[in-house]
Design a protein around this ligand. Sequence first.
Ligand SMILES: [Zn+2]
Length: 106
Amino acid sequence: MAVMLGLFLGVVIAALFIVSDGKLVLLWEVRCPDCGEVVLRERELDCRNVWCPRCEKTVGISVDTIYPLFNISLEYKEHVNRNRFRRLVFSSVQNNRRDGPVSDPR
Ligand SMILES: [Zn+2]
């Protein structure tokens, strides 16, 4: 149990460092304790209660209903997509040079 808790804390601390780099975004997710429905997902929580549309009741925000969620930032997704395209083009050029000219079978 202590090993699992240490591993979990290590992952969370590593994720928080990646958040500081701008690659991940920390979101807070509030779930209804009765039905599990996600009733709120925000970067910052500035309210104490939210409404669960499924149960049609107010859900209080507490340690029992709030969950951290790490999401890849939009800027980092765009950065990876731009560089992946460059890598594919570069890799294709490298492979063509490595294979040499194609010989004519005739
Ligand atoms: Zn509910």
